[in-house]
Design a protein around this ligand. Structure first.
Ligand code: FAD
Length: 408
């Protein structure tokens, strides 16, 4: 693994980038408008990605461990350059897979991750269910309860999850629940709910402003019983963790920051997605500005338009630098002392919103119609200041990291 941050991802990684770009250009982009209108999971495209090896845990593991340290954001940027809704349909499963990789035993990883992706002939998706109606930014407020039934060695889950990407259509759901509400986030544990488990059902499917090809729904857990082996990490580890938490709470009233470290490491991937959307909209706007004529000359001849494009490109490149730095830090186990992961997601998300809005402006009336892709890109970009931690929450995390103060 490299120990020096470099802006050159190397020949291998650039070849992967070009290969993904081809898939995004030939398969994803041409299908984007259709699946956005249908507001349905694009199963045939996920299947095509699976056949090429793009939809598999192996692929993401290879990208993560690429020596450049920037394999994941590069992959995300290309797929989401194709289309964000389809992109999220392809990579949404990794949210649940990462939860199992981060918290599960080797046996749990070996059992559940293959079932999350299925096979190229029978593709499956997975869902990560943490958010609840009253617990969005305030994850500690979640109320879904997991109670252990010792006689049967089973966990019983009850509660309602919301906003779950792939919720209800997933083969495997990973559910975060509280086993000790008094401990806040330190009383949480994650459970695998295997395919076809009785008591798990889909609530309402949301009709969304953007990323409409990605399925988002409530997940209702009504007396869901899962075997003891579905507790990620196992019971012994949970008991030890709870004992430490109770001790810690008694002594300092503090809360752990292990989850925060995981978020810092995963946020550059989300930043890479936002950059893909921004770059796509920028490219459309640049082409348009060079060819659209008003007052007898291309509109880019006006500084007012050219400077907009200069700002768009500058922000995209700045965002990519932040994202690549944070990704490299995660892969090389560097401490995120200034919340660099959150910085990258914050800036990339806001950049996607800025750039897509500017692109729409440069396309004038055409930008406002569904004849051109920028209005879809603009709608898709809006989620990047909301999910995986809102922009305000990213600022909160950064402010706390740089000040050491309990900013509220
Ligand atoms: C399309 C989509 C897909 C999603 N996918 C998943 C998924 O797969 N799994 C999952 O578990 N969740 C998922 N989410 C949930 C997402 O992570 C939450 O929507 C997000 O964390 C915000 O929570 P909330 O919607 O309850 O907003 P709230 O937390 O209610 O926030 C509302 C507003 O208040 C602000 N705010 C809240 N607290 C503070 C504060 N302390 N300081 C300053 N401002 C604050 C927020 O920034 C925001 O602007 C998804 C959401 C969407 C929309």
């Amino acid at each position: 693994m490299s120990s020096t941050f470099s802006l050159d991802p190397g020949a291998d990684q650039l070849a992967v980038r070009d290969w993904l770009h081809g898939f995004a250009a030939d398969v994803i982009r041409p299908a984007a408008a259709e699946w956005d209108e249908r507001e349905e999971t694009p199963w045939p495209i996920i299947q095509e990605a699976a056949k090429l090896g793009i939809y598999s845990l192996d692929f993401y593991a290879q990208q993560y461990f690429d020596p450049s340290g920037v394999g994941i954001p590069i992959a995300m940027e290309e797929l989401f350059w194709g289309d964000a809704g389809i992109g999220l349909s392809i990579v949404g499963t990794t949210l649940a897979a990462v939860a199992v990789l981060a918290n599960g035993t080797d046996e749990q990883i070996g059992t559940w991750t293959p079932q999350m992706f299925g096979t190229p002939d029978d593709v499956k998706v997975a869902a990560f269910c943490s958010s609840e109606p009253d617990a969005g930014s305030d994850v500690g407020a979640l109320r879904t309860r997991a109670v252990y039934d010792e006689a049967k060695d089973e966990w019983v889950l009850n509660g309602t999850k919301t906003w779950a990407t792939n919720g209800g259509i997933a083969a495997v759901h990973v559910v975060v629940a509280t086993v000790d509400p008094e401990l806040g986030t330190r009383g949480h544990a994650s459970f695998v709910v295997p395919p076809g488990t009785p008591g798990l059902s889909q609530g309402q499917k949301f009709k969304k402003h953007g990323i409409r090809a990605s399925h988002t729904a409530e997940v209702v857990l009504d007396g869901v019983r899962v075997p003891g082996s579905c507790l990620l990490g196992g019971k012994e580890k949970l008991e030890e963790r709870l004992a430490r938490a109770r001790e810690g709470v008694k002594r300092a009233g503090g809360k752990g920051n292990a989850a925060m470290a995981t978020f810092e490491a995963s946020r550059p991937a989300v930043g890479g997605q936002a950059i893909g959307i921004a770059r796509a909209a920028y490219e459309v706007a640049l082409d348009y500005a060079k060819t659209r004529e008003q007052f007898g000359r291309p509109i880019i001849d006006n500084q007012g338009v050219a400077f907009q494009l200069a700002d768009m490109k500058t922000r995209i490149d700045a965002a990519r630098l932040l994202v690549w730095r944070a990704s490299w830090m995660a892969v090389n186990n560097q401490p995120f002392t200034s919340a660099e992961g959150s910085m990258s997601k914050l800036y990339a998300g806001e950049t996607a919103k800025f750039v897509t809005a500017q692109a729409m402006q440069i396309l004038g009336g055409n930008g406002f119609t569904r004849e051109y892709p920028v209005e879809r890109m603009h709608r898709d970009s809006a989620i990047y200041s909301i999910f995986e931690g809102t922009s305000e929450i990213q600022r909160l995390v950064i402010a706390r990291a740089i000040s050491g103060m309990p900013i509220r």
